[in-house]
Ligand binder design. Sequence first.
Ligand code: TXA
Ligand code: MG
Length: 542
Amino acid sequence: MNTKYDVITDPADPRLAEIGALLNSGGVAAIPTETVYGLAANALDPKAVEKIFAAKGRPADNPLIVHICDMAQWAPLVQEIPPAAKKLAKAFWPGPLTVILKKTPLVPDIVSGGLDTVAVRMPSHPIARAILKACGVPLAAPSANRSGKPSPTDGPSVLADMDGRIDAIVDAGPCSVGVESTVVSLVGAAPRVLRPGGVTPDMLEAVLGPVEIDDAVLHRLADGQAAASPGMKYKHYAPEAQVVILKGDFAAYRAFVEAHRREGTVALCFEEEAALLGVPAVTYGRAEDSASQAQRLFDALREVDAKGAKRVFARFPAQSGMGLAVLNRLVRAAAFRVIDLAAPPVRVFGLTGKTGAGKSTVAEKLRQRGWYIIDTDVLARRVVEPGSPTLAALTDAFGQSILLPDGTLDRKALVRAAVTQPNGVQTLNAITHPAIDDLVEDALLDAAAQGYKNALIDAAALLESPTRRRCDAIIVVTASEGTRLRRIMARDGLSEPVARERMKMQKKDDYYLSAADVVINNEPPFDLDAQLNDLEERYETV
Ligand code: TXA
Ligand code: MG
């Protein structure tokens, strides 16, 4: 499909009549609004609305907002317009507010996502209003991004997501609000904000009295918990990079970014701060100015991808005015990862020991005690996935024979190649350990963002890997030779000679014991739980 792209800034431009006609006859066009660009189709024509879902890749249970240009278009869509709704319309329409009421059968099910309600808003953007007038029908219009991506706030961002997927794009320049409308439901006992936006809770309360803020605005829904607003349950607004929000003042933010910077780290900060940081920065508005932060946020999220960012450390938004709307978008872009820089840092323990000593048993028990467990075996498999730079470096060093026919790593062949090549084991470690360590750092950030007090890095090769420096204390698990032999034979189904061979390849006891801050003897009659109690007491981890 050929997507027509027009720059139109004059509401009297005759080309808007053509866009109106296109929409009236079942076409789909991206149009500017004061909040974000919308992907519009005739709301009363299910076939036209279907094209919106296809173009966005949007889940069918996520309902659309219906846009109108005058009050007369509202009444046929809803069963009743209660006094609270009239007050809201009078105060905030046209503008960035969406009101949910019970729908009439005129609204197709595909628009309401099967719900018995409909969300309606009257935009203020002159071009949007001109298009609504020209087409003469209400327009269903979600944000004009591919599902999951940041909403577009200018024409080129729409084009990047929608070129070839829709009939037309009208570019009227950047949006003034920058985040989507406030969504208020009036179908429950009290007015409830399902999505914060350009109209703040304070502004709503000035008109309506007390309003509720839905749980999902700032919190991740538990599995199986129903979303009042289906759009709130999906991962959303996310760039390709991993985003972590850092809550604290700028000095603490800068120190954290410095300590955790690596290739691909990008700061998402305020305008005044960019020059003060030692990493590439993308700015989203001015400090303490939430309207400017809202206006810039989505564009900034697209910019970090354009910079090739792998990890983004975002400043926590200002808390006045539209701050709730900004935070609501940003926590979703960050998959709810927020690190409170004022909280005590996560205590990091390394767990190591010889094969068969029972590291996994200890890790599992600490997991049950509420520790965050990082299993480096799992990470080691992740870093060598096909297409990864680590796998490419391994084949450069050891040749193509370490690959299976399907292109995945043949671990046995790799070990054989490493032990037969001079310095092969060092080469292997030099390639894999830093890559695993990067993932360990990601996991530690995740632990901090989830509010864990203790993290355990379970790593057989901890002492010779760069991950060792991350540990506040090292726990070594031991067991007698006989016990380890029995465990290895049972666990890996090995004969005694093979198991003994494997044990011989291990480092000596003293290698582990001299590095240990804590030794756990994992063998009867020693009581494992009592030793873990001592450990927790000693480090005050509970
Ligand atoms: O500012 C905006 O509202 C933009 C512009 C284009 O107008 N539109 C927009 O639409 O953000 P969309 O589809 O991206 O977001 C609509 C949100 C979703 O979270 C959806 O779940 C919710 O509103 N919603 C729509 N109808 C609803 C209903 N009947 N009940 C509950 N939530 C509803
Ligand atoms: Mg959207």
